[in-house]
Design a protein around this ligand. Structure first.
Ligand SMILES: [Zn+2]
Length: 610
């Protein structure tokens, strides 16, 4: 997960000041020519980083002009360059993919036969001698005599340490020169970095939808989405778009396209085999975790079938969630992209002991204990921290606060310091109030949240994840779980108050995200929550936003997920019907799903509609 928004306006000014010509500036005589090259290079670079188009990157190094000086510093791969460029462009103020403060990039002149793109990155204010601390990008230009001179020295913000490019372990680039070589490879000769990196999934896919809801407030009738590898290259009206030769084509003119959905509250590793006479919780506790992890792929697959291509998983044990995330990312397991919490933190004497605990389990008391447990989850590889701040789970709908404000604050401090988010579970209003005060990023479940806390959530942008539907699930499946009539009555009563709290949260303009709290056989019903949101007063479009833009923002992935737009992951869902007039088109109408450019669900539509 990426920390965002760290670049203040003051830094923009500083960066632009530093971006003034350092050692050498364009002379008036060539300024028009240079300017044209700058504009062309800028536009191309924006397209290249938005789409990750390796061929376009290569072409940017083929015309005369300045050089992004290779060697001498860190060598980083295409994906890292793309994320780095994203930071760079963020510091020069972008509006809708166009650089408004332009004169910082000139692209051209040469390509290097390395298989990697190279920048010289170093501390602000230095030139070439201290290349490793990530504070500038140098651009060099060949002057009229053929000599290389530094043309721009661009200040860029320091990356969070977790994102610093790792030393290149791949086939090495040419030895790093201490100054640009006079006889640098000439332009046009080399198209080096192209195929080696772009081999997986680089094929173009052209997908036509009868209607496209882009997740950014636009609806396009008869739209064409062009996918290049795992990202979206372009989105346009079909009549104005060209289908590139060789692109794989999908014709969904009878369906509606929406962004891949995000479920921000799952427990993917809670799996049950439905064996007669067995109970889900007891079976989960008795079964070795490694077996559960293997079988839980079923939950992941059912989730994809609902159009959910990303989940925030809020609690597992034995770090099964971390393994599952990594297995999915390496393609060894089928499932949605996962952001995971490791163990949820819970105090002694609470009901959240799902299974025998490993040494670094989530049991933690007191500020010191919470600090340590939160750090352990992050060290184990968690993307976010989950805190059980009240009682309540399964057939227990009590909402007694279990962690103090200070303990919650300790978890938040550790998480935020490491660029992670915090989700605090509270069934009742007290835990919710302290969660918001403590700085949680989201509050899970809570009912009867007081008006002051709702106002504060709206003001601070704390997301409410109501999980209304999971109590419907427990009540409907009471027999399987062994819950009696009085438990069902409690679940139903809780759900009614939950729904009422959603109504109040909508009126208070609290950001709301779709979380199913799916466990066991609830996978496949992940999006039923949207029906409750409409019932509580949202328009279908607002409900859809809880599973797209709102959810992506909560994950800190607002520029990668939750929309169908250039540069975003190619997560696309084709549904029957119009979700803007009837949310059940999303809940029951999913026909085809693409995740990161790969088709993961196809209910026969590509065959019949082609
Ligand atoms: Zn949960």
């Amino acid at each position: 997960m990426r920390a965002r928004g760290r670049v203040g306006a003051a830094f923009v000014v500083l960066a632009l000041a530093l971006a003034a010509p350092c050692a050498w500036g364009a002379t008036p005589a060539d300024s028009a020519e240079v300017r044209a090259a700058i504009d062309e290079g800028n536009a191309g670079f924006v397209r290249a980083w938005q789409t990750g188009d390796a061929d376009l990157f290569a072409s940017l190094f083929a015309t005369d002009g300045a050089l992004l000086r290779p060697g001498g510093g860190l060598t980083v791969g295409r994906d890292r360059i793309r994320s780095r460029m994203r930071d760079v462009f963020a510091s020069v103020r972008m509006t809708e993919g166009t650089i408004t403060t332009a004169d910082v990039f000139l692209i051209g002149d040469t390509a290097y036969e390395t298989g990697f793109w190279n920048f010289t990155i170093g501390p602000i204010g230095s030139t070439t001698s201290e290349p490793d601390s990530g504070h500038y990008v140098e651009i060099w230009k060949r002057d009229r005599t053929g000599e290389w001179k530094m043309w721009r020295d661009i200040g860029v913000p320091r990356m969070p340490s977790s994102e610093l490019p790792e030393p290149d372990l791949g086939p090495g680039p040419p030895p790093a020169p201490s100054s640009p070589p006079a006889g640098a490879p000439s332009h046009g000769a080399v198209r080096g970095p192209r195929r080696a990196e772009a081999s997986h999934g680089a094929r173009l896919k052209a997908i036509r939808f009868g209607r496209l809801i882009d997740g950014k407030g636009h609806t396009i009738q008869d739209a064409l989405v062009l996918v290049d590898g795992e990202r979206i290259r372009s989105v346009a009206a079909y009549s104005k778009a060209a289908v590139p030769a060789g692109a794989e084509q999908f014709d969904f003119t009878r369906l509606t396209g929406i962004p891949g959905l995000i479920d921000v509250h799952t427990h993917m590793t809670y799996w049950w085999d439905r064996a007669p006479g067995s109970r889900p919780w007891q079976q989960l506790e008795a079964r070795p975790a490694m077996q559960t992890l293997y079988m839980a792929e079923e939950n992941a697959r059912r989730t994809l079938e609902t159009g959910v291509t990303t989940v925030r998983d809020l609690g597992s044990f034995q770090y099964m969630d971390i393994s599952m995330r990594d297995l999915i990312n390496r393609g060894a397991m089928v499932g949605p992209r996962m952001f995971v919490a490791g163990y949820g933190l819970y105090p002694t004497m609470s009901p959240f002991q799902d299974a025998p605990q490993a040494a670094a389990g989530g049991n933690a008391d007191g500020v010191e204990g919470v600090l340590k447990a939160a750090r352990q989850q992050i060290a184990a590889g968690a993307d976010e921290i989950k805190v059980y701040g009240s009682s309540g789970s399964a057939d227990d709908v009590t909402g007694y606060q279990t962690y103090t404000y200070e303990e919650m604050k300790a978890a938040v401090d550790v998480a935020h310091e490491r660029g992670k988010t915090v989700a605090i579970h509270s069934y009742g209003p007290d835990g919710a109030r302290d969660a918001v005060r403590a700085g949680a990023n989201s509050v899970e479940h809570a009912i009867d949240i007081d008006d002051g806390t709702l106002r504060e959530m709206a003001r601070r942008g704390v997301t409410y994840v109501p999980t209304v539907d999971h109590n419907r699930y427990y009540a409907e499946h009471a027999a399987e779980f062994g819950y009696g009539d009085s438990a069902v009555a409690h679940l139903d009563a809780y759900r009614a108050r939950n729904l009422e709290t959603v109504r109040r949260a909508i009126r208070a303009h609290v950001p709301i995200a779709m979380g199913s709290d799916a466990v066991f056989t609830m996978f496949g019903e992940n999006t039923r929550e949207l029906g409750w949101f409409v019932k509580a007063g949202m328009t279908p479009a607002q409900a859809l936003a809880t599973a797209t833009g709102n959810a992506a923002a909560l994950l800190g992935m607002g520029r990668d997920l939750g929309a169908v737009a250039p540069g975003y992951y190619a997560d696309l869902v084709a549904v029957e019907g119009n979700p803007l007039t009837d949310i059940t088109a999303v809940i029951g109408g999913v026909r085809w799903v693409m995740k990161a450019g790969e088709v993961v669900v196809d209910r026969g539509v590509s065959a019949t509609l082609r």
